[in-house]
Design a protein around this ligand. Structure first.
Ligand code: AHR
Ligand code: AHR
Length: 482
């Protein structure tokens, strides 16, 4: 049985069921999600390998080979048609065209389920999905349950990495107009024990870790790589439950009455992912699967769902491909775009650019064009690039411009400075493309001889699709200077 078969057995059936990794019903063999590729803007639906099974990641990999892919639809498996698509502007604009949110990369969150590869939804700040016309979800003070499996190590403190029930207008219509899972380190409203991240319930104009609108020490900091998060609510009652999605059982972090000002609720029934009710879109996180139910699921039902999630066998897998990079090596990195192949990644002060470098260049220029590969400051499975002439300074993106900055010790710097090599987009197996860990739609790209973290199409000039594959393909060689 799948999670939604278990909820149905408990008389609290799923009214929305979303996952890019697997079918959530035993007999579901329809599309799980749609990807759109950058090369020609065509789409492909990704389905399970068999009914009730794991997503066919190989079909995505072939379709997306030598180009970029975005997750453009996360299909609803419940039959209600509650699909999630690119979030529209609301109280806040997203960063994409016409104020829409960004779509997530299809390759930012690879995992295995019992050894079979699948992809989660890695959402950078600015990403968001929504359905403002959902059918069958709770409205008013009606009861509902929900769970989501998230990456417990990918979060930030911005508003709001949410999954669940929100306003149909994408604007803040007041306390009680939302009921969604929140995950992260926001302390602007409630917070839990320690330094976070925490599971909280977003009930609009408030993230709640328990009854009190501030700290609730029973709401623990989460450190599970895969985190099962549960929020449920009915008339003057709600609960927060959670556990390790890879083993063991659930713990109840809160169960009790509504906070003051939130009884009765005014739920509106739209569905959000990765954003706040008003389309606040500064948060980040990773979603693998989740559902919304009608009725207030029993703890027994949820415990069976947790057992089902554990049995799915979520595990981490590699984020890199292509030529092997080795921490400790010192390299120089050559442009491969025709007409520019005498240029190498270098820096002039804090500007990271490409410059013509050769064996007869000055020692100063050779050092400016040489980089020490180190273990990724923000993720140990990827890499960072430390300047040879300025140790302690690394290539990082800031407003998607690559800069050479001194490590300031923050998590933001570390993740801005972390890049995952993959097989080069131009198809030459001896070259690499260097994908941003924190914005996996973006790659090291030269544009007018300056370096950017660029997406394949987008609102900035340097996101131009023309010449993208060549501009993001790099020949990583022995360094000019060590
Ligand atoms: O409740 C927290 C946030 O406050 C909501 O997600 C958003 O709509 C509002 O800004
Ligand atoms: O960076 C040099 C060139 O600038 C790139 O190849 C092109 O995309 C842009 O015109």
């Amino acid at each position: 049985a799948g999670p939604c078969d278990i909820y149905a057995d408990g008389d609290t059936p799923c009214v929305a069921a979303h996952s890019t990794t697997r079918a959530l019903y035993d007999d579901y063999s329809g599309a799980l999600y749609q990807v759109t590729r950058g090369s020609d803007n065509t789409t492909l639906d990704i389905s399970p390998l068999s009914a009730g099974g794991v997503a066919d990641a190989d079909s995505q990999d072939s379709f997306c080979s030598l180009t970029t892919c975005l997750i453009s639809i996360i299909y609803d498996q419940s039959g209600n048609g509650n699909h999630l698509t690119q979030g529209p502007p609301g109280g806040f604009d997203g960063p994409d065209v016409d104020g829409y949110d960004n779509l997530a990369s299809a390759v930012g969150a690879p995992v295995t389920l019992n050894g079979q590869k699948a992809y989660g939804v890695f959402m950078s700040p600015g990403c968001g999905y929504r359905n403002d016309n959902a059918v069958g979800t709770a409205t008013g003070d009606e009861a509902e349950g929900m769970y989501a499996v998230l990456d417990g190590t990918h979060y930030n403190s911005a508003c709001c990495f949410d999954y669940g029930n929100a306003e149909t207008s994408a604007t803040d219509t007041g306390a009680g107009h939302m009921e969604a899972i929140y995950f992260g380190t926001s302390t602007g409203w409630g917070y839990g024990e320690g330094s976070g991240p925490w599971l909280m319930a977003d009930m609009e104009n408030g993230l709640f870790s328990g009854y009190a609108s501030t700290e609730n020490s029973a709401d623990p900091s989460i450190s599970y790589r895969f985190f099962t998060s549960i929020v449920k609510g009915e008339a003057d009652e709600w609960a927060l439950r959670g556990g390790n999605a890879a083993s063991g059982s659930l713990t109840t972090y809160y169960s009790g009455i509504r906070p003051s000002g939130y009884n009765p609720m005014d739920k509106e029934g739209a569905i959000i992912l990765g954003i706040g009710g008003d389309n606040s879109n500064g948060a980040q996180g990773t979603f693998y699967e989740g559902v919304m139910t009608t009725g207030y699921p029993s703890a027994d039902t949820e415990n069976s769902v947790q057992a089902n999630i554990v049995a799915a066998g979520y595990a981490v897998t590699s984020l890199v491909s292509g030529p092997t990079l080795t921490a400790g090596d010192v390299v120089s990195i050559r442009v491969t775009t025709s007409g520019y192949t005498d240029r190498w990644i270098a820096h002039t002060g804090t500007t990271v650019n490409t410059q013509v470098v050769s064996s007869s260049s000055s020692t100063t220029l050779k050092e400016e064009a040489s980089w020490k590969i180190v273990e990724g400051l923000g993720y140990s499975g990827c890499f960072s690039f430390e300047s040879v002439d300025t140790p302690g300074s690394y290539i990082r993106h800031s407003d998607f411009v690559l800069l050479l900055n001194e490590d300031d010790g923050t998590t933001l710097f570390a993740t801005d400075a972390t890049f995952c090599p993959e097989t080069a987009m131009d198809g030459d197996s001896s070259y690499s493309s260097l994908r941003s860990w924190s914005y996996p739609t973006r790659y090291f790209r030269h544009y007018e001889n300056v370096m950017y973290a660029a997406s394949n199409g987008g609102v900035q000039d340097f996101d131009a699709t023309t010449s993208f594959n060549d501009d993001v393909s790099w020949n990583i060689t022995t360094a000019f200077a060590t």
